[in-house]
Design a protein around this ligand. Structure first.
Ligand code: SF4
Ligand code: SF4
Length: 174
């Protein structure tokens, strides 16, 4: 399950899909008191296991990417699990299958680099002094040498009207 978030609701109808980044060391799982979130051997962080989840929202608060959502009516957390029922048998996740602009792509890093020659896939994120690495990559412009995305630098960015720009790379070069 993925959900959509407004990027700047007061000024724009622009939305962005919130997919799990499948962290190498998932904070969501580390803070779960019920051990309800499992990471598979191939690095996919699963959604909450139904009998275990107590809907405490610890994972919601802890995830640095704002991914998990507690479904109050179901009394459990649900999040993107990379459509593991599909991807574990060689199919693409549903979001990447239906995305008309291929903003979401599922494949190997080599395929991605071939498809987007002007971009660099990055899977390292800096939150202040903390570094998080993920299975999922984000694409950044190939200019410069972006080894990581400095998330903290984007927090103070202001938006102007419908133009949404996040200066996440400039700080990373400093
Ligand atoms: S992005 Fe959030 S929900 Fe996904 S594995 Fe990382 S901490 Fe867990
Ligand atoms: S909401 Fe469920 S999955 Fe998330 S931390 Fe609490 S028990 Fe674990």
């Amino acid at each position: 399950m993925i959900h959509l978030e407004y990027v700047d609701r007061a000024n724009s109808v622009q939305t962005a899909p919130v997919v799990c980044m499948h962290c190498d060391q998932p904070t969501c799982a580390e803070v779960c008191p019920a051990d309800a979130i499992k990471r598979t051997a191939d690095g996919v962080v699963q959604t909450a296991r139904k009998p275990r989840c107590i809907a405490c929202s610890n994972c919601v608060l802890a995830c640095p990417f704002g991914v998990p959502e507690v479904k109050v009516e179901l009394k459990m957390m649900m999040k993107c699990d990379m459509c593991y029922d599909r991807t574990s048998v060689g199919k693409k996740p549903m979001c990447a299958t239906v995305c008309p602009s291929q903003a979401l792509f599922f494949g190997t890093r080599e395929q991605l680099e071939q498809l987007r020659p002007r971009s660099t896939p990055v899977n390292q994120f800096q939150f202040g002094a903390q570094t998080i690495t993920t299975k999922v990559n984000m694409l950044v412009p190939k200019t410069g040498k972006a080894e990581y995305i400095y998330v903290t630098a984007a927090l103070n960015e202001t938006t102007i009207g419908k133009e949404i720009t996040l200066n996440i790379l400039q700080e990373a070069y400093d």
